[in-house]
Design a protein around this ligand. Structure first.
Ligand SMILES: Cc1ncc(COP(=O)(O)O)c(C=O)c1O
Length: 349
């Protein structure tokens, strides 16, 4: 089990404050959004009144849940839970529905935090490999577990399995299916309607990526009200502070701003993907705000990662099976991506 700096390095790929000194850092390693959040968030902070902090916040984020329910196509806030980042909701789902010792199922590769959360909770995480094209295999549908964690679109591949495949999983899996839609605003479609159709499905989202609010810690979960009632019993009473609730609410209310930023990111993503392919990388079609650039040439992917780091360009390298020949690159501004591409051209071109 890793702690402190090692744990941070594992989850984030870097330790804050350890960036190369005196260099302009281009941070393309944790899938943040390069564009600012809604200007309404700025207005909110301009109007900030300290008195907002004197009282406890609404324990169940009522207004915020209402606006999320409407946006997600649900007629009642009873279908929605707000969390202190999606990571809190992922930990909560284990605490609420999984006993220590129960099996949890996930694809390999997937979001690396699942393994850490399962270790902390004392429940074995069973990985079933995605196939070469990062699609689900027959074995995945037939592996029994109490809970299944499915990242769609997948991280770190960027690939989204078809909705029909998720539909089949939700029908056949005898347990709870969590669909992690952290990157869905950069994708062509979503499974946000699945909780209406399947009692065993929880869809989770985050404001860290498409809404440019990673620093606020806001996540949402959508599931039928019976599941939500269980969550309400296990969550911390005041899990969302007053500021996060307000920021989330105004950001959600300015949905068009998020869609505009996500649109910019997707355009840059397609250009970066094509340029990486022209350089000889193998880059699966991404439905996220990052690309997985696979590289079998010389210098190795690990060396590329290190040499980029020396130039202040941070990307993510996984020292892990099936990923050791790849770089995961967050889509930044066009200028940031051009700097990255120029640096790579100098190394592999
Ligand atoms: C697949 C996936 N799920 C969840 C999260 C966590 O989101 P949050 O920042 O809301 O905790 C991340 C963050 O990188 C992620 O990649």
């Amino acid at each position: 089990m890793k702690y402190g700096r090692d744990l941070l390095k594992d989850v984030q790929g870097y330790v804050p404050g350890e960036q190369p000194q005196g260099q302009r850092v281009i941070k393309l390693n944790t899938n943040e959004n390069p564009y600012p959040p809604s200007p309404r968030v700025k207005e909110l902070f301009d109007k900030f009144d300290l008195d907002w902090l004197r009282k406890y916040p609404d324990p169940v984020s009522s207004q915020f849940r209402e606006i999320c329910a409407a946006r997600y196509g649900y007629d009642s806030p009873d279908w929605v839970l707000i969390g202190n980042g999606m990571d809190e909701l992922l930990a909560l789902v284990l605490r609420t529905f999984v006993d220590p010792g129960d099996d949890v199922l996930a694809t390999y590769p997937t979001y690396s935090l699942y393994e850490i959360l399962c270790q902390l909770h004392g429940c074995p995480l069973k990985y079933v490999d995605l196939d070469e094209d990062f699609q689900l295999t027959e074995e995945f549908y037939t592996t029994p577990a109490r809970l299944c964690l499915l990242t769609r679109p997948n991280a770190p591949s960027g690939v989204a399995v078809p909705r029909e495949a998720v539909e089949r999983l939700c029908t056949e899996f005898d347990g709870i299916v969590v669909i992690d839609e952290a990157y869905v605003d950069f994708a062509d479609d979503s499974c946000i309607d699945f909780p209406k159709r399947f009692d065993n499905v929880i869809v989770m989202r985050t404001f860290s990526k498409s809404f440019s609010l990673a620093g606020m810690r806001i996540g949402t979960a959508v599931a039928n009200p019976d599941i939500m009632a269980e969550f309400m019993k296990t969550k911390d009473s005041y899990n969302m502070d007053a500021i996060s609730q307000l920021v989330g609410l105004v950001a959600m209310d300015d949905y068009a701003h998020m869609e505009m930023n996500a649109g910019y990111v997707c355009v840059t993503r397609e250009r970066v993907r094509q340029e990486l392919i022209a350089l000889g990388f193998d880059v699966p079609d991404s439905q996220t705000n990052f690309v997985l650039a696979r590289w079998n040439g010389s210098p190795s992917a690990k060396e590329l990662f290190e040499r980029l780091g020396e130039q202040g360009i941070l990307v993510r390298y996984f020292n892990a099976r099936r990923l050791e020949n790849a770089l995961r690159i967050t889509i930044g501004t066009d200028e940031e991506c051009d700097t990255l591409l120029a640096a790579l051209r100098g190394m592999v071109g």
